[in-house]
Ligand binder design. Sequence first.
Ligand code: C2E
Ligand code: CA
Ligand code: CA
Ligand code: CA
Length: 276
Amino acid sequence: AKSAGKNRYCFYSNEMELQEIRRMELEKDLRKALDNREFYLVYQPKWSVKENRLVGWEALIRWSHPRLGTVSPGEFIPIAEETGLIVPMTRWSLKQACRQCVAWVSRGILQPVSVNLSVGMFWTGSLHSMISSALDESGLDPCLLELEITESMVLHDIHEIIRQIERLREMGVRISMDDFGSGYSSIGLLDRIPLDALKLDRLFTNDLETPTKRAIISAIIQMAGNLHLDVIAEGVENEEQVSFLTELGCHVMQGYYYGKPMRVEQVDEWMLRKGI
Ligand code: C2E
Ligand code: CA
Ligand code: CA
Ligand code: CA
């Protein structure tokens, strides 16, 4: 048993070394990824069940690594955040997403696009100018841009974040709280951060089995309504979830059931199928 324990230790240590090597490699390559045009955006639809129509798109970044293939944002965003590469990367995403939204608008598809923001972007001192230049350069109407922020920002200087969010909303940009309910003091934030929408976390949406869970979701949906916030459920994968959520008063959904994140070409096919 002792030797087995030893082997296991060796196994873990090798594993950790491999992870560390991969991380270092990714970090090195991430520095060149933007110049090498290895990033692209995919878009996932937001769907109103009540109105049976498309109500927006979320832009999600992808990294097509020359050797490793597609690296998931779950792996490279933390590295980008730690190294500061998140700043030029976000600038690129914002420009790209605004430009794409304008292209859709010019074809008569008048739906907002949302971009995810890491909390660190609030400390760069350049978030506001980054967003206004993405809007100016593309010509996108600010009300067609939405920024998705996460609850983790309660751990930071909330006054400064609120000040910046207020300035962004004055420009006409929409703000939504991503992953709502996944942790931290969600509810306490709602009367402090000026928001337009709440996105119910996927873990929440996927766990509607017990009456208790349903009671909690139902209370959140009602509260959001009283606060005049839109509610959108994330990670909706099946009809059962759709009917539960609809019953509980949530009418806008996002998830594989309606559409996976797609490259622009696939978005066209998807819209054709939906008769858009
Ligand atoms: P998120 O913003 O919560 O995005 C939702 C994630 O859930 C996406 O993963 C999406 O592909 C996935 N998803 C959507 N519908 C379903 C579903 O029905 N079932 C399941 N199982 N998954 C679903 P993705 O694209 O891997 O992104 C992961 C996270 O990386 C995002 O979570 C977001 O926090 C971050 N991220 C992605 N793009 C960007 C970006 O451009 N900037 C920043 N700062 N973060 C980004
Ligand atoms: Ca998001
Ligand atoms: Ca989310
Ligand atoms: Ca998430």
